[in-house]
Design a protein around this ligand. Structure first.
Ligand code: 9Z3
Length: 331
């Protein structure tokens, strides 16, 4: 696998936001922040996983999933978080596995995980899946046995066949360092690699050197925060880290007027293959697939599918896999 070479890193510069604020570039971010302690361990796992799958010519997709935290103190007591629970990433991973992809599931610790999500975050409490047998020993409640059996088989098959690897992040910083490492490793698979960037990554952060070292004291009165813009990591990802791979980013908005224009703007800014646009409140039932110079493609669950608990990820992944294949053949 390629090491992180200097040419893969960007020179250190800053640019200006539309308001005239300084926005640091990704390489400045990496040289002024400390990598997470699990970075090396994750890197080794990813490297082995990619090499095993490339030997058998199995396509690999990186799925990012869940929200990032933004600490307010270096010794973190408080942090800012967001709404994402990782259902999109986890459900998409299940579909991608069924389509024959190997998946690096890069997720926020304790967010929803493929197959497990049906039990850990359902209306039932986890221990309600069990009952006491004749001698009081624990047994699976018959009501759930068939479903658990099916999910267990799919999950263990994916893990045992090297088709699913899970790596974790918590903070924005963990996420950025890990994304760069995984991208540089996965880039070796070129067109056979897909990036599916569904994580809800914070747009704002407090640089480590501006952060309070210790717990912010309430006796100092009201708290005013100044947060910097997070560098646009999609740019180096598309241009330098994985320039030959199929890159899918997500755009989330709450104002419907902004959604499609901002998705198109991202495409023209970064030059990647496709943006999946979604609105906060309807994200589970409809999305738009947006490619440059093409009409946007609306995917929506009908009311029956929605009532029956069909995941819209079924439609998203069907369509994406088709487009990835077409793109490989065209190129
Ligand atoms: C998404 O838009 C995802 O679809 C959701 C999924 C986060 C809405 P859940 O995890 O939600 O199932 O609860 N992800 C990307 C959002 C984002 O931060 N995009 C950035 C942006 O819009 C660019 S990569 O600027």
């Amino acid at each position: 696998m390629p090491p992180i070479s200097e040419q893969n890193r960007q020179p250190s510069t800053t640019s200006l936001s539309s308001k005239g604020d300084k926005v640091i570039d990704p390489s400045t971010y990496f040289s002024t922040h400390v990598p997470p302690s699990n970075l090396n361990a994750s890197k080794i796992l990813v490297s082995e996983f990619v090499s095993k799958n490339s030997k058998i010519n199995r396509p690999v997709v990186l799925v990012t999933s869940g929200g990032t935290t933004v600490p307010l103190e270096n010794n973190t007591v408080r942090f800012i978080d967001n709404f994402s629970n990782g259902n999109r990433g986890a459900a998409s991973t299940e579909r991608l596995l069924e389509e024959g992809y190997a998946v690096i599931f890069m997720h926020r610790e304790h967010s929803l995980q493929p197959y497990n999500r049906h039990y850990t975050h359902s209306a039932e409490r986890f221990l309600d899946y069990f009952v006491a047998g004749e001698n009081g020993e624990v047994q699976i409640n018959l009501k759930y046995k068939e479903k658990i059996q099916t999910d267990f088989e799919k999950y263990s098959k994916a893990i045992n066949n090297n088709q699913l690897l899970m790596v974790t992040f918590v903070t924005l910083s963990d996420y950025l360092f890990l994304l760069r490492e995984v991208s540089l490793t996965l880039a070796a698979m070129k067109r056979n690699a897909m990036f599916y960037l569904a994580a809800a990554v914070s747009d704002f952060f407090i640089p480590s050197h501006n952060m309070s070292e210790h717990k912010i004291q309430s006796r100092e009165g009201n708290l005013t925060l100044e947060m910097n813009q997070v560098p646009k990591f999609l740019k180096p990802l598309v241009m330098n880290w994985a320039p030959d791979s199929y890159i899918v980013s997500f755009k989330l908005e709450t104002d419907p007027e902004l959604l499609v224009p901002k998705a198109r703007h991202a495409l023209s800014n970064y030059g990647h293959q496709i943006v999946i646009a979604n609105m906060l409140h309807t994200r589970k039932t409809e999305v738009w697939l947006i490619e440059d110079k093409k009409e946007s493609h609306h995917l929506q669950l009908d009311s029956k599918e929605a009532a029956n608990g069909v995941d819209i990820e079924l439609l998203i992944i069907q369509e994406l896999v088709k487009r990835h294949k077409e793109w490989i053949n065209k190129n």
